[in-house]
Ligand binder design. Structure first.
Ligand code: GLU
Length: 546
């Protein structure tokens, strides 16, 4: 009896051959250098920051080469799967504008994209390995394996199913048939040809050349429930989906020798590998992998609630991905990260450290460069979910709000007041009567109530004029001089003893009287937008209060 007979005995219903599948999923007709990449999560829940970054990387590389980015769901471990897991993942990724060319919901020519729907394919590939003598059925029970392990421990030998411990390696056709007739449970194992004392050398696009002992374990390629474990499934899938670049967590690196043995057993052309270091976070003195359980900032919802633009998060990812991105971006602020050419060799060899302050800074810059309409629209979307009162207010005062958001925006160096959409309300509250009810005025140098009233009254009576910025400022100078303050800073600095203070002190009185804040964007713009009536009203109210 031949290996082929054994293969037919084990897989009587599998009629398609691996050649058939080669035809169903032909080589993609792509230009040299085009990247076909994939993100292959288990459907265990919403995407978190770690996954979002891990999927950003293959997406970016596929896009920049006009390639193909695939979402493949690895659900062979049923215990970990959750209901709706696939929709949630796809939604989250699309929400970040990741372009996913092939996926379980929208389909593609290389599907199915859910591993549990590919059983027929895995069977054909397992059958092939049996037929060439590179795989065999193993009927060892749990108890047999436990005994094997105890023996290995007692003898201080390596643990695993290999060499002389691989009991079922040499079962005859008749023995296998007897087991099957008996209804015994079995798995299919690879017949490894590796030598643990030899090394394999492979190139990782990020880590460089890696040397590891060859695999010599007869690993399980089909479990007793008929489903393959990750390693076997992914080799078949990456091959048939014609993936050129496997980017995945670096925890898989130690399994590469086994994966290599599978690729070679099939004589498949190997893809390139890039093992990604996980996003890390500083925890006191130590640096560790970002954790869904321990770190609130691992959840994507954390950023949505704060109103940090998705584009800013992606810009931040770009800085984590390539060390030279940030410098390029400083010189190309009007461009998208998509215009940059990312390379694997510029990826950090130590875990990228997630730094919220840095992200906020990038976000601040990003928001500062949007147009007032863009900021308004984003603010509307954010507040609609997270601050309904503010949402209603900015709907009511649409143009007015846009003008507020436009203060010191369209200029060479725009103001960088907002690092997120949740910052805005607290910074512009004084522009809305509905929100303006100060219980604290941040007076500066001048705190004397009588003096404050004198300044305000004289200003409103004689110097209020917002027709243009020069006149406005000139009037504040004149007001200052009339009341014994220096009209310009130079005079004041030269002879402070001659003055009660300077025009800066007088301006602060106006600013605080109108907004309650000592620091605001351009006061002239604020006053123009508020208008004389409301300014007068605020000043009158203040007179009574202080
Ligand atoms: N399904 C694996 C995981 O969720 C991904 C492995 C891969 O990308 O090849 O970690």
């Amino acid at each position: 009896m031949t290996n082929k007979d054994l293969a037919d005995l084990l897989f009587p219903n599998v009629t398609k051959t691996i050649e058939d599948y080669e035809k169903i999923y032909p080589e993609r007709q792509l230009k040299e250098g085009t990247i076909v990449s994939r993100f292959a999560p288990s459907p265990t829940g919403r995407v978190h920051m770690g996954n979002l970054f891990a999927s950003f990387v293959p997406e970016v590389f596929a896009r920049q080469t006009d390639g193909v980015f695939i979402l493949r769901i690895e659900d062979t471990d049923a215990k970990r799967a959750i209901e709706n897991g696939i929709e949630l993942i796809l939604d989250d990724l699309k929400n970040y504008n990741y372009k996913i060319d092939e996926n379980p919901i929208d389909g593609g020519n290389y599907g199915p994209y859910i591993q549990t729907e590919r059983k027929e394919i895995y069977d054909a590939f397992a059958k092939y390995l049996v037929s060439i003598g590179r795989a065999y059925p193993c009927f060892c029970s749990e108890e047999d394996l436990t005994n094997m392990r105890s023996e290995q421990e007692a003898k201080k030998e390596r643990i695993g199913y290999y060499g002389k411990y691989a009991k079922c390696r040499n079962l005859t056709y008749e023995e296998v048939k007897a087991h099957l007739d008996n209804g015994d449970k079995y798995v299919i194992r690879l017949r490894s040809q590796g030598d643990f004392n030899k090394k394999i050398i492979f190139k990782d696009l990020i880590k460089g050349t890696i040397e590891l002992p060859e695999n010599d374990l007869d690993q399980v390629i089909i479990k007793s429930d008929g489903i393959p474990p990750y390693a076997f499934a992914h080799v078949v899938d990456d091959h048939l989906m014609r993936v050129t670049h496997v980017t995945r967590d670096d925890s898989y690196i130690s399994s590469v020798p086994y994966h290599m043995e599978l690729w070679e057993a099939f004589n498949f052309k190997k893809p390139k590998f890039a093992h990604l270091l996980p996003l890390c976070i500083k925890d006191g003195e130590t640096v560790r992998k970002i954790s869904k359980r321990k770190d609130p900032e691992a959840a994507v919802s954390f950023y949505h609630e704060r109103g940090i633009p998705k584009e800013a998060i992606k810009l931040y990812f770009a800085t984590l991905l390539n060390s030279n991105f940030e410098e390029w971006y400083l010189q190309n602020q009007d461009k998208s990260y998509r215009d940059f050419t990312f390379t694997f060799n510029k990826m950090s060899k130590s875990g990228p450290l997630f730094d919220l302050d840095k992200l906020l800074n990038i976000s601040r810059n990003y928001i500062s460069r949007l147009t007032k309409d863009e900021v308004y629209d984003d603010l509307l979307t954010w507040s609609n979910t997270y601050d309904k009162d503010f949402y209603n207010l900015i709907i009511k005062y649409k143009e007015y709000t846009k003008n507020i958001l436009n203060i010191e925006r369209q200029q060479k160096k725009p103001r960088k007041d907002y690092s997120s959409y949740s910052d805005i309300k607290d910074q512009v509250f004084y522009m809305y009567d509905e929100l303006y009810n100060p219980d604290n005025y941040e007076w500066g140098q001048i705190t004397d109530k009588k003096e404050i009233n004198t300044i305000l009254n004289l200003y409103m009576e004689k110097y209020y004029d917002v027709s243009d910025k020069d006149t406005w400022f000139n009037n504040i100078k004149l007001l200052s001089e009339e009341l014994g303050y220096a009209g310009n800073m130079k005079d004041y600095k030269n002879n402070p003893e001659n003055y009660k203070g300077s025009v800066a002190d007088v301006s602060t009185v106006l600013r605080v009287a109108i907004t309650s804040k000592s620091m605001t964007p351009d006061l002239y713009e604020i006053m123009r937008l508020l208008g004389k009536d409301r300014i007068e009203e605020r000043i009158k109210k203040l007179e009574k209060e202080i």
